[in-house]
Design a protein around this ligand. Structure first.
Ligand code: SF4
Ligand code: ZN
Length: 709
């Protein structure tokens, strides 16, 4: 037997033995009926569920899984067989990790790793993965001889936006070298046992179930999906034992190449298992193996600039200066000008720069753009990106928009020399990079002088915001001549297509009709294509010949009939990355709407994760609808079935967030005052009986409506 297959089988057999023993011990201790589950998932033990269709729910379900696991280990001298044994190791690792959660335990509460990754987190990764903000997924495992080496690799991935999961002592090594961690920093410590690597494996596996519509039990479909659509790879540091090798074989079976930092000599498998002993080459070679292309933005500023810093939080204690609307005049404005009115790349700082000794500043960020294809409608699309781009700067935090924002600059970034001209440079480079199809000239003025900032706010910004709001309010599905498709999510959900209209934004919440229009203008062959609003078949449900035709083409025939306004008849499909899900609550004949962040129970008897698992992967599921937060106050919200009047329950945070807009729409549509007060939330009830009592007490309008079905 070759050294490699020998090692794999050695590891798989060892894990099989451990797993069997652990399962028997747990059953002896807790009994076969003891429930067992990972937290916040609708996919049971995801590897076992996806590969075999078996729903592990109690300890007594596990011995059969151990049997399947053992059957995967043939001990035959064949690389394909050995890779299957690697899958057995994955199953074993999943069971061993799952057992840690038995009896409500929180095994990772006192670990620096996070353990199991909940479903909603995976859904939230959908958009950054499809837009390329997260170009790939790295798994870094083991303990490096030199802590600095592993930290350098991780920081390099971070600067490239790669989502990196850490397993083993490399966590402390990277922390010790100052790597900033957390999901928002794109570096996620999983755990110290090698079995915790399963928590990133199940992310890939659940992506196949959530976005890819891979059916549980379809192992071949699962392996095809992870290989083709999940751009992941593994780097190991330090010595590797047979368990690591067999886990690596499992990764290879899923299509993820493994790069080790020891010399494997002739045991290497080109493209799948390779040695890179020079750590300076690890990142480059790993990305090449997975064909991951990084869009490098070379910016002449003294701090790093990467999507990985978007979620960085700067606390007051670490802050050097602040621009905050609570204390000073602030505004951001993009304004369209004639081509001969502005000078390209002219940057003006009007007022003191941030190194004058003060800590608080006013700031008017005033950007003028011109271009033969520029449209007034694109001003707000460009302006909204300021938030993202400023956050990409390491040591800068931006929240809010328009005239209500807060920007913090960290002491560290300030000491590195970050100044206002760098902010201007970031805006210039990024606008010319992302909007080059419509912007030919761009001139930037940053005003910190208090009086002049106020003048821009009063005379330019406020009137512009008001005009835009009027335009948005007047923009209805009736007032435009076209809708747009969006198929960005097809890289994960190949059968999904969003139809974006002025009154129904994309279900991710990130693509409004104006965004789609701009995307089409910037990239005419790109993901957003116009649907001319013609051939109306049914106005009430929003059924159009052209919509059906375009969706049919965009989904390669997977979806042929779709309505814009109905949740029951041919509803729009979901990819899986929706911000909210709407479902029917049968006893009230109403709708509940649940946001991704809500972890508790709902009156429909399902959590967000369970509701969400009912739809996705481009499948139409009558009675369920994934959608963006903003859609909740739309006059078109499931209007075929009565619209927002049927909303009976929402988590409190979501309800408070949308209340003002929701109430306005309810007043306009039905003449109801303070509608949101009639909508229950988890502080009132989380089951059907309490819900009915509340609705009756409030005389909720749903009680007077016809049954839904
Ligand atoms: Fe994905 Fe739809 Fe959002 Fe486009 S609009 S990014 S397809 S969820
Ligand atoms: Zn999506």
């Amino acid at each position: 037997m070759s050294v490699l297959t020998d090692l794999i089988y050695g590891g798989s057999n060892a894990v099989a033995g451990l797993t069997e023993g652990a399962v028997n011990d747990a059953i002896a201790k807790y009994g076969p009926d003891q429930k067992v589950a990972f937290p916040d998932t609708a996919y049971f033990f995801p590897t076992i569920y996806a590969a075999t269709g078996v729903k592990v729910q109690k300890l007594g379900d596990l011995p059969a899984c151990v049997g399947v696991l053992k059957s995967l280990i043939t001990n035959k001298e064949d690389l394909g067989d050995a890779l299957n044994a690697g899958l057995a190791t994955a199953v074993g690792a999943e069971i061993l990790e799952g057992l840690k959660y038995v009896n409500g335990a929180e095994p990772y509460a006192s670990d620096s790793g996070i353990g199991f990754v909940p479903d909603p987190v995976i859904r939230s990764l959908g958009v950054p993965l499809v837009t390329g903000d997260i170009p790939g997924v790295a798994v870094v495992l083991g303990k490096a001889e030199n802590a600095a080496d592993v930290a350098k690799v991780v920081k390099d991935y971070q600067s490239k936006g790669i989502l990196t999961f850490l397993v083993g002592d490399c966590i402390e090594q990277a922390l010790g070298e100052g790597v900033k961690m957390g999901l928002e920093m794109r570096v996620v410590p999983l755990g110290h046992d090698v079995t915790s690597v399963i928590h990133v494996v199940t992310v890939a596996i659940r992506a196949a179930l959530i976005f890819g519509n891979v059916q549980p039990g379809d192992l071949a479909g699962l392996l095809k999906y992870t290989k083709e659509r999940v751009p992941a790879f593994v780097n190991t540091f330090g010595a590797i034992d047979n368990v690591v090798v067999s886990a690596g074989a499992g990764a290879i079976a899923l299509g993820f190449p493994v790069i080790v930092d020891i010399d494997l000599g002739e045991n290497q498998v080109p493209g799948a298992l390779e040695s890179v002993v020079d750590h300076d080459q690890t990142v480059k070679h790993s990305l090449e193996l997975r064909n991951i292309k990084i869009k490098v933005k070379e910016l002449p500023i003294p701090v790093a600039f990467a999507a990985a810093f978007e979620g960085e939080i700067i606390r007051k204690a670490d802050m050097r200066v602040e621009f905050f609307s609570g204390r000073n005049t602030t505004c951001e404005l993009v304004s369209m000008r004639g081509l001969d009115e502005i000078e390209d790349h002219r940057i003006t700082i009007d007022g003191p720069d941030i190194d004058n000794g003060e800590t608080d500043f006013a700031l008017a960020t005033y950007v003028e753009v011109a271009g033969s294809k520029m449209q007034k409608d694109f001003e707000s699309v460009i302006e909204r990106k300021f938030h993202t781009w400023f956050n990409y700067m390491e040591g800068v935090m931006h929240t809010g928009q328009r005239n209500q924002f807060r920007i913090r600059v960290s002491r560290e970034a300030f000491d590195k020399g970050l100044r206002l001209k760098d902010f201007a440079e970031v805006l210039y480079v990024m606008i010319m990079d992302e909007f080059d199809a419509v912007v030919d000239k761009c001139q930037i003025t940053l005003v910190t002088d208090k009086a002049r900032a106020k003048k821009i706010l009063d005379e330019e910004a406020m009137p512009a915001y008001a005009a835009r709001d009027d335009r948005l309010a007047s923009m209805t599905d009736e007032s435009v001549d076209r809708f747009y498709t969006c198929i960005l999510c097809q890289s994960f959900a190949p059968a999904h297509c969003c139809v974006v209209t002025p009154e129904r934004l994309g279900l991710c919440g990130a693509v409004s009709w104006l965004d789609a229009k701009a995307t089409n203008e910037l990239n005419p062959q790109g993901p957003c294509q116009p649907i001319m609003k013609e051939g109306c078949i049914d106005e009430k449900t929003g059924r159009y010949e052209t919509v059906n035709k375009m969706v049919g083409e965009a989904t390669h025939g997977a979806v042929e009939n779709v309505t814009l306004y109905s949740i029951l008849e041919d509803p729009m499909t979901s990819c899986g990355c929706f911000e909210c899900i709407c479902g029917i609550e049968p006893s009230s004949n109403g709708f509940i709407v649940v946001n991704r962040e809500y972890k508790g129970m709902t009156p429909a008897g399902m959590t967000f994760g369970e509701l969400a698992s009912m739809t996705g992967g481009g499948v139409q599921t009558p009675g369920f609808m994934g959608h963006g937060r903003h859609f909740i106050s739309s006059k078109k919200f499931a209007s075929a079935e009565g619209g927002i009047e049927r909303i009976v329950w929402m988590p409190k945070e979501l309800k408070d967030d949308v209340a003002a807009r929701l109430n306005k729409t309810a007043k306009e549509l039905y003449g109801v005052d303070n509608f949101s007060d009639m909508v229950a939330d988890e502080t009132i009830c989380d089951e059907a009986e309490g819900l009915m009592a509340f609705l009756t007490e409030k005389n909720h309008p749903v009680l007077a409506l016809d049954p839904l079905m």
